[in-house]
Design a protein around this ligand. Sequence first.
Ligand code: NI
Length: 183
Amino acid sequence: MILMNDIVREGHPALREVAQEVQFPLTAEEKQLGRDMLTFLKNSQDEEIAEKYGLRGGVGIAAPQLAVTKRIIAVHVHDEKDKLYSYVLYNPKIKSYSVQQACLAGGEGCLSVDRDVPGYVVRSERITVEAFDEDGNPVKLKLREYPAIVVQHEIDHLNGIMFYDHINENNPSYLPPDVDLLG
Ligand code: NI
């Protein structure tokens, strides 16, 4: 199982690379990695397991965070209506972005960043994502608000982008007009 020590932290080169697409059929290792990533997220949200293994809670993880520079992400996140979005996505691609922007009122965090980085991370409020499941079947997701933010954060990891790259350097608490504050 994936533990905190398996997750690389900022400064590791894998976090700044553009990850490679996977080819189908996947290798057994690629399938297992996706499953392990999703299990990690579930474990990290389970109070007892998280405490036992010292896991920091997470709602998303990307393969480069495990030093594997392939286009694989997992998310396990509930929206404000408690609907669960639980997926392993291979070669995810954002096909459309809303003009409307949104950001988390409390800023973002990352399993690869062991410090608080305050500031608004402005993203699209709604996205359409196309990806593949582990069997190579196409998956199309329409996401809004929190799950959309999480998926944008994870896909950023596949492009070597950290959440704080989006924060206004001179004024981290600057919020452009018409941005929805979430949470
Ligand atoms: Ni992250």
